[in-house]
Write a protein that binds this ligand. Structure first.
Ligand code: 3HC
Length: 686
C-alpha cells in the first residue's frame, strides 16, 4: 500500500484502487502506484484477475497535463501500459466519473471495461491541441470503426456510459454505487467462462473493412475544414487514424508517437493547455478566502426583456433557477418572451431539447410589469438602456424594494459601477455582472467589483457563474472593464487604417488568417452600422454609410455587398464612401502594406491596452485578460489570447513595433510602462 495505491485480494480477484485527488491524473506517483500494483498482482499466485478502480470523484482524468513540457520523471505512461497489457491475468477497468484521455486509453489496455451509468468516457486531447498519445488513436478505431473514431477523437466529445455500451466503448454497466462489487463479479464471471480475452490491439475487423477506402478521410477533411481551420491537432489525429487503417498495430503506434511529439512541442498546444488551466485560474481571487460565505441564489430578477435581458434570463432557467422578468410595457414584455421562446424552439428543432422542456423552461419565467415583483428575490440584474441616469434611477428604486441582503447587479458594459452603487443605500451589495452578447451563448462573465462590493457578494458571483456554465473573470471598475476596453483599440485602428489605403477586405482577411471568425468590417455589417457609433455629433465614416442607406447586412450592404444568401463581396460603393471620407479628413495614404504591418497595427495596440489593464490592476493576471478575450471576443484559442500571443512574438518586438507606430501615427501608440519594463528585463507576461 502507498498513499495513492491500495491493493487488496478478494477471493482470487486483486483489486488495485488508485486514489490521487482531485481527478486521479496519471502523474508520476500514480504511474508508480500502477506499476507496483500490477507487478505485485502478477507475482501473487492467488490472484486470478485484476480490477482497476479509482477512489474519489472520478476514474483517471488523463495524463497529468502539468507535466507536459517538463523533463520526464519515473516510469513513462507507455512503460506502465506495456506492463499491464503484457500481463497474463485479465484486467477489468471499473469506471466512474470520467475516463478521459490517457485515462480512457488505460481502460482500453485492459481486457474489459465496466462502468456505472453516470460515467462518461472519451478522448478530449484535441481540446488541449494534442492527440491521444497512449494508443487511443489506434485502439478506438478497432472498437468503433474509423469513421466514428474520427468524429469522437477530433471533437473530443465524451460519451455517456449507456451510449458507450451500445458503441462497444465499454463492455458492461454496473449498478450505480455498486461499481466495486459488480466489477469483482464481472471478473469472476470472466474467469469462470475461461474463454480467451482478445486484446483491443488484436481486433482487426473494423480497420480492415476500411482499408483501401481513402475517401473516408478525404470526405471528413473536406466536411470539417471550417471547424478545424488554424488548429494543428485535428489533422494529426486524422493521420493517426489513417495509420490505424493502413499499418499494423505497432507501426501505427510509432506513427501516433511521432505525431503526438509534433503537437506536444507546438505553440498551439502550449496555448490551449494554458487556456485549460487559465479557465480554472480566473476563479482564484487572492484576497478572497476559500471559506468566504456564499449567498444562496434561488431566485433571480432581470430588469429589461431586450436582447441582453432575455439572454441573461435563459442562463438561469436553463439550470432550473426561476426568473422574474420585468419590463415597462406589456408589448416589450411580450416581445421579449417571444424571442426567448423562439430561441428554445430553435434548440428543440435541432434536437437539443424536447417540446416539453421548452414549456418547462418558459414556465420558470414570471413576467411582470412592475419593479415590486423583485421584492423577495436573491439576485436582481439590471439590463436596461446604457445610460447612467437611467441606471441610477433604476437602482434607486430597486434599493427601496429588494430585500436586505439581496445582490443588486448591473449588466453595464462601460459605465462606472461605483457611481451606480452610490445610487443605493447598500453599495456593498452592488456588483457588475457583464454578460456578452448573445448572453445565452458566450461563455465569458465579467464580474465587476466596485470599491465597496462585499467579498461574499464577489465570491457568490464567481460561484454563480460556474453554476450557469460561464467562465468568470474578475475586473475592477474602468470604462469598458477588461474585454471591451481591450478590444476597442483593434476597432479604432481598423477604422483609421482603412482611410490610409488598405481596403476593409485586406484588413478583414488578415484578421481571418490570424484566426478570428470574421474581421472587424464584416462584424460591423453583421451588427449593423447604425448600431455602433449612434449619436455621434461630427461627421464619421459610419455616419456616411448610414446617410448613404448602407446599414450592413440588414439593408443595402455595408462595407460589403451581399447576395440573397448573404455571401459577402467587395463593394465599389463602400470603397468610394471610404475614399470620400478620407479626402474630407485629409488623410494621406500609406502605400502598400504587408499583412504583418496590418496585423501589428491592429493587434499590438490590443497587447498594449492589456498591459495598461494589468498595470492599473483592472485585471488580476495576464491570464484573466486572455480568457476574457477568448471567451468574450472569440480570440483564437490556439493563439492563447493577446498576452500569451505577445509572449510568443517577443515583447521587445512589440515595443519596437509600437514605437514605430508612435513616431508615425502619434502618442496613442506609446508603449505601456509595464510592457517596456518586461521587454527590457527579457520577461514575458506571466
Ligand atoms: N492533469 C492535471 N490536472 C488536471 C487534469 C489533468 N489531466 N484534469 C483536471 N486537472 C485539475 C484542474 O486543473 C483542477 O485543478 P485546480 O483545482 O487546481 O484548479 C482540478 O484538477 C479539478 O479539475 P476541474 O475543476 O476541471 O474539475 P471538474 O470536476 O469540473 O472536471 C474533469 C473534471 C472533467 C476531469 C476536467 O478536469 C477535465 O476535463 N480534465 C481534463 C481531461 C483531459 O483533457 N484529459 C486528457 C489529458 S491529455 C492526455 O491524457 C494525453 C494522453 O493521451 C497521452
Amino acid at each position: 500500500m502507498t498513499d495513492i495505491a491500495h491493493f487488496t485480494v478478494e477471493d482470487g480477484i486483486g483489486v488495485l484502487k488508485i486514489d490521487s485527488p482531485p481527478v486521479n491524473a496519471l502523474g508520476v506517483n500514480v504511474r508508480k502506484g500502477l506499476q507496483e500494483g500490477f507487478r505485485r498482482f502478477a507475482a501473487d499466485s492467488t490472484v486470478q484477475a485484476i480490477v482497476l478502480i479509482c477512489g474519489g470523484r472520478t476514474f483517471f482524468a488523463g495524463a497529468d497535463i502539468s507535466e507536459f513540457g517538463k523533463p520526464p520523471q519515473g516510469p513513462g505512461l507507455q512503460e506502465v501500459f506495456d506492463l499491464i497489457e503484457a500481463g497474463a491475468k485479465p484486467v477489468i477497468a471499473a469506471i466512474h466519473g470520467t475516463a478521459l484521455g490517457g485515462g480512457y486509453e488505460l481502460a482500453l489496455i485492459c481486457h474489459a471495461r465496466i462502468a456505472v451509468p453516470s460515467a462518461k468516457v472519451g478522448l478530449p486531447e484535441v481540446n488541449l491541441g494534442l492527440l491521444p498519445g497512449a494508443g487511443g488513436t489506434q485502439r478506438l478505431p478497432r472498437i468503433v470503426g474509423p469513421e466514428l473514431a474520427l468524429d469522437l477523437i477530433t471533437s473530443g466529445r465524451p460519451v455517456g456510459a449507456k451510449q458507450a455500451l451500445a458503441m462497444g466503448m465499454v463492455d458492461a454497466l454496473a449498478e450505480e454505487g455498486r461499481l466495486r462489487e459488480d466489477a469483482i463479479a464481472f471478473a469472476r464471471k470472466l474467469i469462470a467462462e475461461g474463454r480467451p480475452l482478445p486484446r483491443v490491439r488484436d481486433r482487426q475487423d473494423k480497420v480492415e473493412a476500411a482499408r483501401g477506402k481513402p475517401e473516408i478521410f478525404s470526405k471528413f477533411r473536406q466536411q470539417q475544414a471550417r471547424t478545424f481551420r488554424g488548429f494543428k491537432a485535428p489533422e494529426n489525429i486524422i493521420k493517426c487514424i489513417e495509420a490505424a487503417v493502413d499499418l499494423d498495430f505497432d507501426a501505427g503506434m510509432k506513427r501516433e508517437a511521432e505525431l503526438f511529439r509534433e503537437l506536444v512541442t507546438s505553440t498551439e498546444s502550449a496555448a490551449q493547455r494554458y487556456v485549460f488551466f487559465g479557465e480554472r485560474e480566473t476563479s482564484k481571487i487572492p484576497d478572497i478566502a476559500p471559506d468566504t460565505p456564499i449567498l444562496p441564489i434561488r431566485t433571480v430578477g432581470v430588469i429589461g426583456a431586450g436582447t441582453m435581458g432575455g439572454g441573461i434570463s435563459m442562463n438561469f432557467v436553463n439550470v432550473g433557477i426561476p426568473v422574474t422578468l420585468v419590463e415597462m410595457s406589456q408589448d416589450a414584455l411580450d416581445r421579449g418572451l417571444g424571442v426567448i421562446r423562439k430561441n428554445y424552439e430553435a434548440s428543440a428543432r435541432r434536437g437539443k431539447m424536447t417540446a416539453a422542456q421548452v414549456d418547462e423552461r418558459m414556465a420558470l419565467i414570471t413576467p411582470s410589469l412592475g419593479l415590486d415583483a423583485l421584492a423577495h428575490l436573491d439576485l436582481v440584474i439590471e439590463a436596461v438602456y446604457e445610460s447612467m441616469d437611467v441606471k441610477k434611477d433604476v437602482f434607486g428604486k430597486v434599493d427601496q424594494i429588494a430585500r436586505p441582503g439581496a445582490i443588486l447587479a448591473t449588466n453595464t458594459s462601460y459605465l462606472d459601477v461605483n457611481e451606480i452603487a452610490a445610487a443605493t443605500s447598500r453599495p456593498e451589495s452592488v456588483i457588475g455582472l457583464h454578460f456578452f452578447s448573445p448572453a445565452n451563448v458566450m461563455r465569458l462573465l465579467e464580474v465587476v467589483r466596485g470599491e465597496k462590493t462585499d467579498t461574499s457578494v464577489i465570491a457568490t458571483a464567481m460561484k454563480l457563474a460556474k453554476t450557469i456554465g460561464k467562465v468568470p473573470v474578475l475586473a475592477r471598475v474602468c470604462p469598458g472593464f477588461i474585454a471591451n476596453r481591450l478590444m476597442t483599440p483593434r476597432g479604432r485602428q481598423a477604422e483609421a487604417l482603412v482611410l490610409q489605403g488598405p481596403s476593409p477586405y485586406d484588413i478583414d482577411r488578415v484578421m481571418y488568417d490570424y484566426g478570428f471568425a470574421v474581421g472587424p468590417f464584416q462584424m460591423s455589417d453583421i451588427v449593423g452600422l447604425d448600431v455602433i457609433g449612434r449619436g455621434a455629433t461630427e461627421r464619421t465614416l459610419r455616419g456616411d454609410f448610414v446617410a448613404a442607406g448602407r446599414l450592413g447586412q440588414k439593408k443595402n450592404g455595408g462595407f460589403y455587398n451581399y447576395d440573397e444568401n448573404r455571401t459577402p463581396s467587395p463593394s465599389p460603393e463602400a470603397l468610394a464612401l471610404i475614399a470620400d471620407f478620407a479626402k474630407h479628413k485629409g488623410v494621406a495614404t500609406l502605400g502598400a502594406l504587408a499583412d504583418a504591418d496590418i496585423l501589428a497595427r491592429l493587434l499590438y495596440p490590443v497587447v498594449n491596452e492589456g498591459a495598461k489593464i494589468l498595470e492599473e490592476g483592472i485585471a488580476l493576471r495576464a491570464v484573466d485578460i486572455d480568457i476574457a478575450a477568448i471567451m468574450g471576443y472569440n480570440w483564437p484559442v490556439y493563439r492563447g489570447g493577446p498576452m500569451f500571443w505577445a509572449n510568443t512574438v517577443g515583447l521587445p518586438k512589440i515595443v519596437e513595433g509600437l514605437r514605430k507606430l508612435e513616431a508615425r501615427e502619434g502618442p496613442a501608440f506609446a508603449p505601456a510602462a509595464l510592457l517596456v519594463r518586461l521587454a527590457h528585463e527579457g520577461k514575458g507576461f506571466a
